[in-house]
Design a protein around this ligand. Structure first.
Ligand code: IMP
Length: 191
């Protein structure tokens, strides 16, 4: 089955490709001729994921899915949440985002947080939502060079390594996106 994954993020693409294996042929935005940035102005992860999937479906008519992820920090009342990409600046500056998060968490004892991914799927015009969550803690400094985004600052529950210190396979096994996409893959297999 051919399906569009509404992303141009190479990290996300390789994570998701690893989860769905060869059961689905993933088509990227670029491959279906969408080169512009799709607006992500909704107040929730679910809203943004749906908006992206609807945009792609209306442009291509192809079955598609989109994800949106937020890092939700307990002591910051769920921030940066849906604004995770634009936490420090309007651009998409991972380094500035991580610096700001460390600044806000300076001296904070409760470091509990979660990554949450919403995945929106559109098949033959019908919409479906899936969610994946991983709980963990915000580290006091960056560790590791793998992954992307906030990975060097996120210590998944029960482990001593940040996502950026883990192999792609180990991250995928327990990650927010891995969990959400496994639900999506199970659902698609049963269709
Ligand atoms: P989006 O889902 O691409 O909008 O991501 C929102 C923000 O969360 C961006 O700053 C990403 O870099 C970050 N992000 C998304 N997924 C992950 C992840 O798996 N690990 C670390 N950061 C992530």
């Amino acid at each position: 089955m051919k399906i569009v994954f509404a992303t141009n993020n190479a990290h996300k693409l390789s994570e998701v490709a690893q989860v769905v294996g060869d059961k689905f042929e993933l088509v990227t935005l670029r491959e279906c001729g969408i080169t512009e940035d799709i607006p992500e102005n909704e107040p929730t992860l679910e809203g943004n994921a749906l908006a992206k999937a609807r945009y792609v479906y209306s442009r291509t008519g192809l079955n598609c899915f989109a994800d949106d992820t937020g890092l939700e920090v307990d002591a910051l009342n769920g921030e940066p949440g849906v604004r995770s990409a634009r936490y420090a600046t309007d651009g998409h500056d991972d380094e500035a985002n991580k610096r700001l998060l460390l600044e806000r968490m300076q001296g904070v004892e409760n470091r509990a947080a979660q990554f949450r991914t919403a995945v929106a799927l559109i098949v033959d015009g019908k919409e479906y939502l899936f969610e994946g969550i991983v709980r963990g803690d915000i580290a006091c400094e960056e560790h590791g060079a793998g992954g992307f985004g906030y990975d060097p600052l996120f210590l998944p529950e029960g482990g001593a390594l940040t996502f950026a210190e883990m192999s792609a396979e180990a991250k995928n096994e327990i990650s927010h996106r891995g969990r959400a996409v496994r639900k999506l893959a199970e659902f698609l297999k049963q269709m």
